[in-house]
Design a protein around this ligand. Structure first.
Ligand code: SF4
Length: 63
């Protein structure tokens, strides 16, 4: 299976555009999961812009 990083990056909502994992969703998930975090696409645009990827921030946006 070919990596479709460039295609994924076109739809990626993460505003940290210089990240080398941008569009490489498997690497993105692994990176944040290892830190007990969620990836950018699980956050509202307002929360995503804070770069707080914590579970606490994820849950707080749904209260
Ligand atoms: S969510 Fe994190 S790992 Fe994924 S593209 Fe954004 S900054 Fe990079």
């Amino acid at each position: 299976m070919d990596c479709i990083q460039e295609k994924n990056a076109e739809k990626c909502p993460c505003t940290y555009t210089s990240c080398d994992k941008r569009g490489a969703c498997c690497q993105c998930v692994a990176f944040h999961r290892s830190r007990n975090q969620m990836v950018a696409c699980y956050f509202t645009p307002e929360v995503e812009r804070t770069y707080d990827r914590s579970m606490k921030a994820f849950l707080a946006q749904h209260r």
